[in-house]
Design a protein around this ligand. Structure first.
Ligand code: FE2
Ligand code: FE2
Length: 222
């Protein structure tokens, strides 16, 4: 686990090594094609994905992080991309499982969950989305809208949760300006790469003002 040089309180979100390649060795997946196209449309249920999570992840904070990313991904797909239920399920599954192997296999993070989903014949788009949640770390470029959004949502969601945790009232009345102020404070949640957030937003064609309030609204109840 990365040493915490952040302000007091932010160690609460230290469930995860950064994906920022400048802060640690990269774990290049060595490929950019995942799954089998003939499995297109083959998904698992959220119940099945939760069983996998319960089996693989004992850290409550890490499980919460994945559930928050899943809730935001699903809501974004439905509200902003007009996704039908099957497409929204893809977004939700990618969010729910993207860090599933982190606790058991930190050095092989992403490889193990990808292999598991390939074994289960899951839709390649879901697997590619999981593989693209840290392009500078895994060496997989986000291609689809779903890929670009998981990259943007992942680190920003964790960062916003850290901002909420140091407030006595948590998410209540949490405003975008508090998040922007903390983003400009390098010592706050220092393990969250500001460069990755900027890069991810630019690839998604979004601003902090577009995404931060949406994340606050959709992860506070998770
Ligand atoms: Fe991750
Ligand atoms: Fe994550």
């Amino acid at each position: 686990m990365t040493k915490n040089k952040s302000l007091p309180g932010t160690e609460l979100i230290l469930y995860h090594k950064p994906h920022n390649a400048t802060k640690m060795a990269t774990h290049n997946l060595g490929r950019t094609v995942f799954g089998d196209p003939k499995n297109s449309g083959h998904l698992m249920t959220i119940e099945e994905a939760n069983l996998l999570l319960n089996d693989w992840v004992s850290n409550d904070r890490l499980r919460l992080h994945m559930k928050q990313v899943a809730a935001i991904m699903k809501a974004w797909a439905i509200e902003k991309e007009n996704a039908d239920p099957a497409t929204a399920l893809k977004w939700e599954l990618a969010g729910l499982l993207h860090d599933a192997d982190w606790e058991k296999y930190p050095e092989q993070h992403c490889s193990i969950i990808i292999e598991e989903l390939e074994k289960r014949n899951i839709d390649p788009e879901v697997i590619h989305c999981i593989a693209s949640h840290g392009p500078h770390y895994f060496g997989v470029e986000p291609v689809t809208r779903m890929d670009k959004m998981i990259y943007a949502i992942d680190e920003l969601s964790g960062f916003i949760h850290a901002v909420a945790l140091i407030r006595p009232t948590r998410y209540e009345d949490l405003e975008i300006k508090s998040v922007l102020k903390r983003l400009k404070t390098p010592s706050f949640a220092a393990q969250v790469s500001r460069e990755d957030i900027t890069d991810a937003l630019s690839r998604a064609g979004l601003s902090l003002e577009d995404l931060v309030p949406f994340i606050i609204d959709h992860q506070k109840a998770v």
